[in-house]
Design a protein around this ligand. Structure first.
Ligand SMILES: Cc1ncc(COP(=O)(O)O)c(C=O)c1O
Length: 431
C-alpha cells in the first residue's frame, strides 16, 4: 500500500485550498501531518496500516468498535474543516454569495460525481443518506393504483418509514422481504426472486447494499438486474457501503442511489449525495416544489435550505485522503480486521455470527449474538457489559429474523490487539 496522493498541498489545503486560493490569501500553514516513512514504502503490510492509523486522533479511553455510525475525520481532513469553519464565519454572507454559492459548490458537486463514477448532472449534494433516500422514495412518480412497494427487513428504519409512508399515501401494499439466517449469497437472491415472483405488481424496490443491523452485503447488482427484467425500479441505499467496499455507482446498475460521505469516506457530518440516472430524472419529482432549479436539473430534487457549508467545502479533502489508498486495499483491510475477531469466536457453540464467510458478503461490519440471547434488551445489556467490563464500545441492533444482536465495526485505526480483546471478551461471556 502507498499513500500516493497525500501530497503536501492536499494535506494542507484540501477544500480550503479551493476557497482560500480564490481569495488570493494563503492560509497560515498548519503543521503538515507527518507522512510516516512506513506509509511511503510500497507494498501492503501491517506497517502501512499503522501509518494510516496515525492520521487519526482516536479517544484512548475506550476501544471504538462502533465505526458504522460516524467515520471520524483523518487529521488532514479535520484541519481543513476547521479552516473552512473559520473562513465561512469570517466571510459570512459575502463569502457564501460571491464564492461558495456561485462557484465552489458546483466544483465540489462535479468532484463528488467524478468520485462516484456518474456524470455531474446525475448527482446532487444532500445532507445525508436519509435525505437522499427520503426524497427519492417520496418523489417517485410512477406508482399507479394497485402497485406494490417492496423493501427488506434489514433496511434502515428511517428509510423503511419512507417506504411505508409512500405506500400509505397511495394506498399501496408494502411487502417486506425476510433475509434468511444464516444468510448466503444465493439464499438472499432467492428470497428477493421469490418475493418478486409472488408479487408481480411490484413497482418499486428498496435495497440496502450493507445493512446496518448485521453488516451483510446484499448482492445488489444481481437483484437490480432481476428486478429490472420484471419492470421493477430499484432505489439503493449505499450509506454504509460507499467508501467501505470496492465499487463505483455504475457497477450497481441502479437508477436511483442515496449515500453519505460522513461514514466511510470520512468527510464531516452532514455530507451526502443522491444519484439519478439522467434518463430517469423525470421519474423523480422536484422536492417540496423546488423552483430554484428547472425540472430538468437534478438539484431540484433536493431543497435543504442552508447547508452545512464548511462540511461541504471539506468534501474534496476527504475524497483526497480516502483516495490516497486504493479502495480495493481499504476494503480488504476492513475484511481482514473483521476476520481477526470473527475467526476467533465463530466456532464457539455459544456464539452466532450473522455474516457468512463468503468475502463478497461482508465488509467491516459484522454482528453476533450469544446463543439464546435474542431480545433487544439482552443485547443492550451485553453491549453495556462489553463497555463497562472490557472497555469496548459496540452497539445493540434489532431486526434480523433470528433476533437482536451486537454490531461490531472496526475502522482504519483499529489495532489487532483491540480485536483480540473483543474476541477474548466474547469467549468469556459465552462460556
Ligand atoms: C444502511 C443505512 N442507511 C441509511 C443510513 C442513514 O445515513 P445518514 O446518517 O447519512 O442519513 C444509515 C446510517 O447509519 C445506514 O446505516
Amino acid at each position: 500500500m502507498t499513500i500516493p496522493n497525500l501530497n503536501r498541498r492536499t494535506l494542507l489545503c484540501g477544500a480550503a485550498g479551493l476557497a482560500l486560493g480564490a481569495h488570493g490569501a494563503a492560509p497560515a500553514a498548519p503543521a503538515a501531518p507527518a507522512a510516516p516513512a512506513a506509509a511511503a514504502a510500497a507494498g501492503a503490510g501491517a506497517a502501512d496500516w499503522d501509518a494510516l492509523a496515525r492520521h487519526y486522533d482516536v479517544a484512548p479511553e475506550f476501544v471504538n468498535l462502533e465505526n458504522a455510525y460516524l467515520g471520524i475525520m483523518a487529521r488532514p481532513v479535520l484541519e481543513a474543516f476547521k479552516r473552512n469553519v473559520d473562513l465561512v464565519n469570517r466571510g459570512s454572507s459575502q463569502y457564501l454569495r460571491t464564492r461558495f454559492d456561485s462557484v465552489e459548490k458546483e466544483a465540489i458537486r462535479a468532484r463528488v460525481a467524478a468520485h462516484t463514477g456518474v456524470a455531474p448532472g446525475e448527482l446532487a449534494l444532500t445532507r445525508n443518506a436519509c435525505e437522499s433516500l427520503q426524497n427519492l422514495i417520496g418523489n417517485y412518480r410512477l406508482l399507479r393504483p394497485g402497485d406494490v412497494l417492496m423493501m427488506g427487513d434489514l433496511d434502515y428504519d428511517v428509510v423503511q418509514d419512507a417506504m411505508a409512508a409512500a405506500a400509505r399515501r397511495g394506498g399501496h401494499q408494502l411487502v417486506t422481504v425476510r433475509t434468511p439466517e444464516p444468510a448466503t449469497r444465493q439464499n438472499v437472491i432467492d428470497a428477493y426472486e421469490g418475493a418478486l415472483r409472488q408479487n408481480p405488481r411490484t413497482r418499486l424496490l428498496l435495497l440496502t447494499h450493507v445493512n446496518n443491523r448485521t453488516g451483510l452485503v446484499t448482492p445488489v447488482a444481481e437483484i437490480v438486474r432481476m428486478a429490472k427484467s420484471r419492470n421493477v425500479d430499484v432505489i439503493v441505499d449505499i450509506a454504509q457501503s460507499w467508501g467501505q467496499l470496492d465499487f463505483s455507482i455504475p457497477d450497481l446498475g441502479a437508477d436511483f442511489v442515496g449515500a453519505n460521505l460522513h461514514k466511510w469516506v470520512g468527510a464531516p457530518l452532514c455530507s451526502g449525495f443522491m444519484a439519478i440516472r439522467a434518463s430517469r430524472l423525470q421519474d423523480i419529482a422536484p422536492q417540496a416544489g423546488n423552483t430554484l432549479y428547472p425540472d430538468t436539473d437534478i438539484r431540484a430534487r433536493v431543497h435543504p435550505g442552508t447547508m452545512d457549508v464548511p462540511a461541504v467545502m471539506t468534501i474534496p479533502a476527504a475524497i483526497d485522503f480516502h483516495g490516497s489508498v486504493k479502495l480495493a486495499d481499504r476494503a480488504a483491510r476492513l475484511r481482514a480486521l473483521r476476520d481477526r475477531w470473527v475467526h476467533q469466536v465463530r466456532e464457539l457453540p455459544g456464539v452466532q455470527v450473522l455474516t457468512p464467510e463468503d468475502p463478497a458478503m461482508y465488509g467491516a461490519l459484522t454482528s453476533f449474538r450469544l446463543r439464546g440471547k435474542t431480545s433487544y434488551e439482552d443485547n443492550v445489556a451485553l453491549a453495556r457489559r462489553l463497555a463497562e467490563e472490557y472497555g469496548i464500545f459496540t452497539v445493540a441492533r434489532k431486526g434480523p429474523v433470528g433476533g437482536a444482536c451486537i454490531r461490531v465495526t472496526p475502522s482504519w485505526f483499529t489495532r489487532d490487539e483491540d480485536l483480540d480483546r473483543l474476541a477474548a471478551a466474547i469467549k468469556a461471556l459465552a462460556a
